[in-house]
Design a protein around this ligand. Structure first.
Ligand code: FNR
Length: 365
């Protein structure tokens, strides 16, 4: 269909499912095992209802906010997803260009199909980018990657901590024949490709990564350090106490531990604890997984998130309609944000708080 017939992010997924090359679709869409966590990530948002306020002047709506000190046009960002070229010849650069146009942040993945420098070169001078790090067992290589990322102006180091081993994504494993990974870090001649794309490219990831290693990361970079893939309150508290600037509550879009809880549920538990312990200052909580509508974003923001990451929908938009698709996907979310903030009775992001949501279906309170 023509792009004008696309009304929401789910429409991109529908078109992608029916038009994308199967291997790419399988890699992008798959979750682990029976895809329960993949589905619940999204369904958890359906358990929360709004408590809108009326009789508020909602003529002017401001979507802007800040993330790690950077100004952004809207409180969502393009999260890191590997292998962009499976879906589009320009790969991650498509996302870079659309993010620039729309004033949102892009998180660049370690396992991008384009080289890191190519992606950074594509960015405008004032564009904010973050870097997602898969920790290499070889700390010298790791250090070089981090230093280079900092030199090239990355405004945040997001260390992925939910993937000491890649989950079993069976759709991806079945489609096997991945051609486009030979230039990606960690891939070498003896990598076993029979287990799908994900496993083939992840053999370099350090399985021994532990809390104690944070000191080392802090010693090699001045970038803010955020742990991506925290899945419970306890770990988020440790991260805050050890001086991380934030966490991303995430289960990798349901691609890692099956039956990991939806991050939204963890967020509801975490924020009161952070406040009680006085750890909520200078510590930003992000969330990703299953976000498809501005109402989802607004719910997370009401519950204390500083920003919301979105993965697959932008991959689908990129794979089906390229630059225009991703730009439109972002615009759709912005339009939905404006409309829903009006209907909710708020005019700026800082007004969003728990009083606007009913979480009884999740907390039994
Ligand atoms: C991912 N994700 C991911 N995360 C990460 O830290 N490093 C990576 O290389 C990747 N690669 C990747 C590839 C693909 C195809 C997907 C779908 C996801 C996880 C990603 O950052 C994020 O946590 C989820 O995508 C969020 O869920 P949604 O928005 O896709 O539902």
């Amino acid at each position: 269909p023509d792009l004008s017939q696309i009304y929401n992010l789910n429409d991109f997924e529908f078109v992608a499912r029916h038009t994308m090359e199967h291997t790419a679709w399988a890699y992008y869409s798959s979750g682990c095992d029976d895809e329960i966590t993949l589905r619940e990530n999204h369904l958890s948002y359906h358990r929360i209802f709004f408590k809108p306020r009326v009789m508020v002047d909602v003529t002017n709506i401001d979507l802007s906010t800040t993330m790690l000190g950077a100004k952004v046009a809207s409180p969502f960002y393009i999260t890191a997803t590997a292998l962009g070229r499976l879906g589009h010849p320009d790969g991650e650069k498509v996302l870079t260009r659309s993010a620039a146009k729309q004033g949102i942040i892009q998180m660049i993945p370690t396992l991008a199909s384009c080289s890191f420098d190519e992606i950074v070169d594509e960015a405008t001078d004032k564009q904010t980018q973050w870097f997602q790090l898969y920790v290499n067992s070889d700390r010298e290589i790791c250090k070089e990657i981090i230093e280079h990322a900092e030199e090239r102006g990355m405004k945040g180091l997001f260390i992925t901590v939910d993937a000491p081993q890649l989950g079993r994504r069976e759709k991806d494993m079945r489609s096997k024949q991945i051609e486009d990974i030979s230039h990606v870090q960690g891939d070498d001649a003896d990598v076993d490709r029979s287990q799908g794309a994900a496993r083939a490219i992840s053999s370099f990831i350090d399985t021994s990564l532990k809390w104690d290693d944070l000191k080392w990361f802090k010693s090699v970079t001045k970038m803010p350090i955020i742990l991506k893939g925290v899945q419970c309150v306890e770990d988020a508290i440790i991260a805050a106490k050890l001086g991380c600037q934030g966490v991303v509550l995430s289960n990798h879009g349901g691609r890692q531990l099956e039956f990991s809880r939806p991050p939204l549920e963890v967020l509801i538990e975490l924020m009161p604890v952070l406040r009680q312990q006085g750890l909520d200052k200078n510590f930003e909580v992000y969330i990703d997984g299953g976000v498809r509508r501005a109402t989802d974003i607004l719910k997370a923001m009401c519950l204390g998130a500083k920003g919301v990451g979105i993965g697959r929908p932008f991959l689908y938009a990129m794979s089906t309609y390229g630059d225009e698709g991703v730009t439109k996907a972002i615009q759709i979310l912005k339009d939905e944000m404006v409309m829903n903030m009006r209907l909710l009775g708020v005019t700026s992001i800082d007004q969003l708080n728990e009083s606007y949501v009913d979480v009884r279906n999740i907390t039994n309170r």
